[in-house]
Structure formats: C-alpha cells, structure tokens
Design a protein. Structure first.
Length: 86
C-alpha cells in the first residue's frame, strides 16, 4: 500500500502542543502510523461526516482521508470528553 502524506491543520498542531509530553509522544506515534494505514483496526468513520476517528488513550484524533491524492489531514486532537463538542 502507498504511503500517505500527513497534513496537520494549524489548530490541531496547537492542540497537540498543549498536551502533556508523554501523551504528545504517543499521539505523534499514532499519527505516523496513519501514514501507512489510514484505516487501522479500531478506526471509526463518524456518522454524518467524512471524518474518521482513532483513539489514543484518553485522546481522540479526528482526520479526513483523501484517497485520490494519498493525504491524511488531521483536523482535531483532544480529550475524549471535549473533542466532539461543536
């Protein structure tokens, strides 16, 4: 399978920077893994949206997959109780 390019929205990068250091490492590791497999076991497509979600501990990573240009775009990273709020 082809390797996807990883793009992180500026707002998502700021959210990652605000996480505790140990969690940042795990989130970044998960993001790198999405380049090889954007639909890993446990990834869920959100209802009513083209967005996918993957869990990393207490945090959720929301992202879009653009298959035709091989891009994974990270939209939002946040704690599970806050990430889905409007």
């Amino acid at each position: 399978m082809a390797r996807f390019e990883l793009r992180i929205k500026r707002s998502a990068a700021k959210e990652i920077a605000r996480l505790p250091v140990a969690d940042v490492r795990r989130v970044l590791q998960r993001l790198r893994a999405l380049q090889d497999d954007p639909r890993p076991p446990g990834a869920v497509r959100l209802t009513g949206r083209e967005t996918w979600r993957v869990r990393q501990g207490d945090y959720r990573i929301l992202y879009d997959i653009l298959d035709h240009v091989l891009i994974v775009e990270i939209i939002q990273v946040g704690h599970r109780r806050e990430v889905y709020r409007g």
